[in-house]
Design a protein around this ligand. Structure first.
Ligand SMILES: [Fe+2]
Ligand SMILES: [Fe+2]
Length: 266
């Protein structure tokens, strides 16, 4: 099975590049399953039900998220629409699994792509992030009653050390551990010794002519004077950052992980 995981989709520029480039990426890399982090889809802050549905219509199978998931209040009702139907769009949008258990939404999705069962687990780190439950032990708990062999984990976190530690901790237990949230791709993709594909951060799908997606003058100004400022999405140098993971669907072991970056410049 070949999986495409797309890093944080940021605003309209991010959504547009996914729309434009996804068909050719799927073809070029013989992709079977598409997962994307959509936490910044709505002008950089959160995701609306309509935007989630538009992204699913492009062929994305599961959307993960992170700390921005509650930015658009209507997403709470959307989560509550998931009525046990595993194919409903609202069930295929995840929030981190290690949030307080009584919150709306789900942190894990188990589905099928043709004959192949797969699972996606969304987690959030605890270093330099809002507090939430332990992502390490939460994953152990989730893996106990998991049927799927092919399991992808999105660790949405700030600290490289926390993400690398989770990669080692889950090596041999899941197919892939991919990092999101920093919006900056890292060059450390590899398959760990027991068969888990790993990358610290996939990077952002959005405008790079800014500061992690936001207009650069606003963020530079914020660093200079620390005055309150309303962040707006940047627009130039739009790129799509992703990874392609090839795995053996019978064992769930990864064979390879490849970094992908496409944009206006190629
Ligand atoms: Fe993000
Ligand atoms: Fe984030």
């Amino acid at each position: 099975m070949r999986i495409l995981f797309i890093g944080d989709i940021f605003g309209r520029p991010g959504r547009n590049i996914v729309k434009d480039r996804l068909p050719s990426l799927v073809k070029a890399h013989s992709i079977d399953l598409i997962i994307a982090n959509g936490e910044n889809s709505a002008a950089g802050f959160g995701i609306t039900p309509q935007l989630a549905e538009e992204l699913f219509e492009l062929g994305i199978d599961v959307l993960t998220s992170g700390n921005h998931i509650w930015d658009k209040r209507e997403i709470i009702d959307f989560f509550q629409m998931a009525d046990g139907n595993p194919n409903s769009p609202s069930r295929r949008l995840l929030r981190p699994a290690n949030y307080a258990p009584d919150l709306p939404g789900y942190g894990v999705y188990e589905g099928r792509k043709g004959e192949i069962g797969y699972a996606v687990i969304n987690l959030q780190g605890r270093v330099f992030m809002p507090s939430n439950d332990d992502p390490f032990r939460k994953t152990d708990q989730l893996l106990k009653d998991m049927q799927s062999k092919v399991i992808l984990v999105d660790i949405h976190a700030e600290a490289t050390s926390e993400k690398i530690s989770l990669g080692w901790y889950l090596d041999g237990k899941v197919t892939a551990v991919v990092g999101t949230h920093t919006h900056v791709p890292t060059a450390d993709e590899r398959v760990l010794p027991n068969g888990t594909a790993y990358i610290t951060d996939v990077g952002m799908t959005g405008p790079f002519d800014g500061v992690i997606g936001v207009k650069k003058e606003l963020v530079v100004g914020k660093f200079l004077n620390n005055m309150p400022v309303r962040f707006e999405a940047a627009s130039g140098d739009v790129r799509l950052c992703a990874v392609v993971i090839d795995c053996d669907e019978k064992t769930g072991r990864a064979r390879s992980i490849e970094r992908v970056m496409v944009g206006e410049r190629g």
